[in-house]
Design a protein around this ligand. Structure first.
Ligand SMILES: Cc1ncc(COP(=O)(O)O)c(C=O)c1O
Length: 406
């Protein structure tokens, strides 16, 4: 079946081993990503209008073809009608910021409009590749405050419009994503705006931590399904493949799982676009590295040359393998997801939803005679792999063009 969608099979562009066997959740992280931090988000977000856990799909046909026990795909395409997991983080952090401004009132008071008049002239700001900004704009709209979003030259018009439709004022900046983060920080400091960034930088990490606490809801939903509904979804996953831009999604996911599963953590594989391999470079060097983005990846949300230090703090402790993936087979993977042939139904997966799938196929179908990668990554017929479908058609025009190409 795969041969129908992939003219050639995906291969890893590069890979490096991280730190195997991470042990129990470390005390150094327990104070940063605590049960309280995640718990507050997990109590608040399910109260939002339109909340429902996103589906965990069982790709049984793909698992059969790859000789694995199971493949689970967390499908974030329907999250709050915003099309990506990012809906959880930015909006939650906006509400936390505003609650902080209102004498640390309850976040629910911001959500329900108790302070609507008082926050009306406050401004929240963010830099984005699209999805985080949409979440911040939506949160600002819900709370009734103003919103200013910075996007770089290559963010699509469709993504810009989606944020404008949510009431944000959108400004284009020169340079790439990392430059837009700096412009947003500088201009916001001049005006006294509240930056709601999904990436941390020196002296700024409380708000990104709240963003990541919001993402933790996704991991919590999976834990509920796999731990309390075992007959439905089978035993806990053995492998987790997480795509990364600044690393916030991956780190939030790992921290939330590690907190609960302790030494039963799955093996963690982090995949980046090979045009933005900042985590892989950091793993290789043993310390945070920045890479220059020379060409934008089609996986827009992964186009980050600078890692979030907060995310690195988690990921360098628990990641077994860092890998990178090229752009060329992303459209094929999107069409393959949409076909429904993998099992679990037809899936609307945007560009950033594909690198986990491509990585899994690359490892499991390893063309080498001795199946070296399969062994190196510990994949066999007992493995159950969890993939994150982090977005749907977040730019419907681009999505349609890819669906009808070929
Ligand atoms: C759909 C999607 N997937 C994955 C990511 C990567 O998340 P992070 O930058 O937190 O690593 C992003 C980031 O914008 C995204 O929009």
């Amino acid at each position: 079946m795969l041969a129908k969608y992939f003219k050639s099979m995906p291969v890893l562009s590069d890979h490096v081993s991280g730190r195997p066997d991470p042990g129990p959740y470390p005390a150094a992280l327990a104070s940063v990503f605590s049960a309280e931090l995640f718990g507050a988000a997990e109590r608040e977000i399910p109260q939002w209008p339109g909340y429902a856990p996103t589906p965990l799909r069982e790709m049984d046909r793909l698992a059969d073809e790859l000789g694995l026990a199971g493949i689970l795909y967390k499908d974030e395409s329907g999250r709050f009608g915003l099309g990506s997991f990012k809906a959880l983080g930015g909006a939650y952090a906006v509400m936390r910021v505003l609650a902080g401004q209102m004498d640390h009132c309850a976040v629910s008071d911001i959500r329900t409009g108790v302070h609507r008049q008082a926050v009306a002239n406050m401004v929240v700001s963010a830099a984005t590749d699209g999805n985080h900004g949409r979440s911040v704009a939506w949160g600002a709209q819900q709370a009734g405050c103003r919103c200013r979003i910075y996007i770089h030259r290559d963010v699509s018009l469709g993504r810009q419009r989606a944020m404008e439709e949510l009431g944000a004022e959108v400004v284009r900046t020169a340079g790439d994503y990392d430059d837009s983060v700096r412009v947003c920080a500088r201009v916001s400091a001049q005006h006294g705006w509240h930056v709601v960034s999904d990436t941390s930088y020196p002296g700024y990490d409380q708000i990104p931590r709240d963003v990541m606490a919001g993402y933790g809801v996704m991991a919590a939903e999976i834990l509920v399904e796999i731990l309390t509904e075992v007959p439905a979804q089978g035993p806990a996953p053995s492998h987790l493949i997480l795509q990364a831009g600044v690393g916030g999604l991956a780190a939030a996911f790992c921290a939330r799982l590690w907190l609960q599963l302790g030494t039963n953590m799955p093996k963690v594989i982090i995949v980046e676009a090979d045009r933005a391999p900042s985590l892989l470079a950091s793993a290789r060097a043993g310390a945070l590295q920045t890479v220059a983005i020379e060409q934008e990846t089609i996986m827009a949300g992964l186009s980050c040359g600078e890692v979030s230090p907060l995310a690195w703090d988690v990921l360098h402790r628990c990641t077994d393998h860092f890998v990178t993936m090229a752009d060329d087979l992303v459209p094929s993977a999107m069409r393959c997801l949409a076909s429904g042939e993998l099992g679990g139904g037809a899936i609307e997966g945007g560009e950033c939803a594909t690198p986990g799938l491509l990585t899994l196929i690359a490892i499991a179908r390893d063309g080498a005679h001795d199946r070296r990668l399969r062994r190196e990554f510990g994949l066999d017929e007992t493995s159950r792999v969890l993939l994150i479908g982090s977005e749907g058609a977040t730019d419907p025009n681009i999505y349609q063009a890819i669906m009808t190409a070929e």
